[in-house]
Design a protein around this ligand. Structure first.
Ligand code: ADP
Ligand code: MG
Length: 295
């Protein structure tokens, strides 16, 4: 590569709202065959909001939400922030949690007012020996929430089913166009997420993604990227979270969402400053043009 051609490329990139860390990144981008997109905060806005709360048993919805918010105050997960925000909006007084522990990719638990409160996905409930059939009652079921692309959060108190909370994270307006443009460039597009298969599938359908890797634990995301590479793919991984950093580093090209975590940005070759996924299309297009110029 001549330095001049690369400089023109990276200068144009800045105009397009992206930062490219090295000339190598631009050299790699035109070879990419497969784009793997994280779901939460990458395809979706990453600003989840509570849509439904169901109390199972004799606690009121407000009592349930106050207990859950006490646990989630200790968690940095975007879903946790949505729950705490919902409790604040309702003016609930949020208690103090002790013995907090996060279960990465599953949820969190703590003691609140003498009660063990466990909050998380179905896997976490199953692991705790709590019957997921015990979460029935009025309002949308976990499966109905998931079929709508929402994330169902299960709540158990003292080892018994206590509630279900639905959280929705709308897709970014540009995601649909970006994904159809990536496919038009002949690229294979995948979604990767720790969320449940049903929720992931519903969101994938909404944005036109055929290939879904769901229920992937944070520690396994990089391994899934490596499997695609072993099958011959040249992978661009796009993500925003701490969770995504190892996968971003493993991919041939790591692309971070500029509104995401610093760890993800540091692990990446390209940063999309505004988080608009059409930047991936621009980066690959730019790379194809730049590399052609060099040849
Ligand atoms: P993602 O890949 O979407 O960022 P994570 O790997 O962080 O997801 O988490 C996977 C799933 O675990 C979430 O979709 C959620 O169901 C559950 N989960 C994780 N942390 C929490 C939490 N603090 N509160 C509730 N649920 C959680
Ligand atoms: Mg994410």
């Amino acid at each position: 590569a001549t330095p001049t051609a690369v400089m023109v490329g990276t200068g144009r990139a800045a105009e397009l709202g992206m930062l490219i860390s090295s000339s190598e990144a631009l050299q790699t981008a035109h070879r990419v065959t497969t784009v793997v997109l994280d779901k939460t905060g990458t395809i979706t806005q990453g600003r989840p909001a509570v849509t439904a709360i169901r109390a199972v048993g004799n606690r009121s919805v407000d009592e349930l939400l106050a207990l859950v918010a006490a646990v989630e105050t200790g968690s940095e997960h975007p879903l946790a922030e949505a729950v705490v925000e919902s409790a604040r909006t309702r003016g609930l007084s949020i208690g103090t949690a002790t013995d907090f522990s996060a279960v990465p990719g599953q949820g969190a638990r703590a003691t609140v007012g003498g009660h063990l409160v466990q909050v998380g996905n179905r896997t976490m409930m199953v692991a705790a020996g709590i019957d997921s059939a015990g979460f029935g009652g009025a309002g949308p079921s976990a499966d109905e929430l998931a079929a709508d692309g929402q994330t169902p959060i299960f709540v158990a108190i003292d080892g018994e089913p206590a509630g279900l909370i639905g959280v929705a994270d709308p897709v970014k307006e540009e995601s649909v166009a970006a994904i159809s443009q990536l496919k038009a460039l002949g690229l294979e597009v995948w979604m990767i997420t720790g969320d449940t298969t049903r929720t992931a599938r519903a969101v994938a359908d909404r944005v036109g993604i055929d290939n879904v890797l769901a229920e992937v634990l944070p520690a396994d995301k990089a391994g899934r990227v490596a499997e695609l590479q072993a099958d011959g793919a040249v992978v661009a991984m796009v993500g925003d979270g701490i969770n995504d950093a190892p996968a971003l580093a493993t991919a041939d090209l790591g692309i971070a969402i500029g509104t995401g975590t610093d760890v993800a940005i540091a692990a990446s070759d390209i940063t999309l400053l505004g988080g608009d996924l059409r930047g991936i299309v621009a980066a690959i297009g730019l790379s194809r043009r730049t590399v052609t110029t060099i040849k």
